[in-house]
Write a protein that binds this ligand. Sequence first.
Ligand code: PLP
Length: 447
Amino acid sequence: MLTNDQLSKWDQDHFFHPSTALGAHSRGEAQGMIIKTAEGCHITDRDGNRMLDAFAGLYCVNIGYGRQEVAEAIAEQARELAYYHSYVGNGTEASITLAKMVAERAPEGLNRVFFGQGGSDANETNIKLVWYYNNILGRPQKKKIISRWRGYHGSGLMSGSLTGLSLFHKKFDLPLDTVRHTTAPYYYQREDASQSEAEFSAQCAADLEALIEKEGADTIAAFIAEPVIGTGGIVPPPEGYWEAIQKVLKKHDILLIADEVITGFGRLGTMFGSPKYDMDPDIITIAKGLTSAYAPLSGSIVHDRVFEVLARGTDENGPLGHGWTYSAHPIGAAAGVANLKLLDSLGLVQNAGEVGPYLTEQMRKAFEGHDHVGDIRGVGMMTALELVSDRDTRAGFDPEKKLVPQIAAAMAKRGVIARAMPQADIVGYSPPLCLTREEADTIVGVS
Ligand code: PLP
């Protein structure tokens, strides 16, 4: 059997990790964990340390780890048919069934699912579809995309441009010049502390409208946003936000892409996040919870009103020149079908809507009034603690001190994995949807 030392050496010498300080890792100064097994909400490393994963991997293992039903479905699919492509109208039993199951669960009118691999490529697809759509409608100048500061939409060329965190732009020559960013609905860090939530939402909508008018509405194709900001700090929208934003979008004939890579499939205590906020998206991005990360699979759920135009486009111009070798991969699709069945049969969406708010509430009881906890917020199975050096000014800590990463590391040593959110003093929690109240208490106790 391989020793840990052997693995660590190979890791340092050969494994080019994503989102990692490469120099420090290859010098052995910033080694991550080497995880061996997992069950329910717990992961175990090669030394036998068992930890409660309060982040579900990367907000993705919605049904929890170790579900044999999904493992069996994957194995059976691999034995029967590991791969066939979905170009030129081909499909498999798993991919066709999953498309139907997703459409049945999606908000009304969203009936067509284009499958990809991960959230980033799904957003690349979305923007290409939006451009194609406007070309078919004879408005080739309507192409710019607006996203929000603090939004996260992936790290491809376009998806990374849409992401509103400078870490993902710096030294990569992003964002691309078709992307604009607008105000984040980050009520806690609003500039004008006297504003109510509703006033702040109205300001966000006014900022968006001012940007649209500056650029010219006839140049703006779509607005992309997460119903609840995830990686940018777990930020639920302030009161009235989505109503005010959608009024502006409708007025200027701008499509809405709801990026539900995190919020899709139960995390907010509802199957999708859009209906929770009365959003009426033209396209929904899905990934993570679609398969609970048992296999890579993503999708773009396209509204009938958009699909009709795209279909007309291919009647006029030949088949859609867009697709991936692994679109609707049968193993991913089989994992997705088994995953969605479990999500239903175990009542996990409902559990997220009950135990998630319990976790946030217990955090409030434990930390409200703490000198250095400025905000405690959450919705469904997403919770955040925002740390401040001064509660009155809401100022953060010196980034050089890496306070939150140190807190997350100390928590991991005590058996709970939380996440230090990038570019902010925020500790994030987004556990599997099967979390129990006892496990929630453990998370609060270790925090
Ligand atoms: N969109 C959102 C809202 C996400 O949270 C993420 C990943 O965290 C992505 C897109 C990108 O997904 P992936 O990492 O699978 O490319």
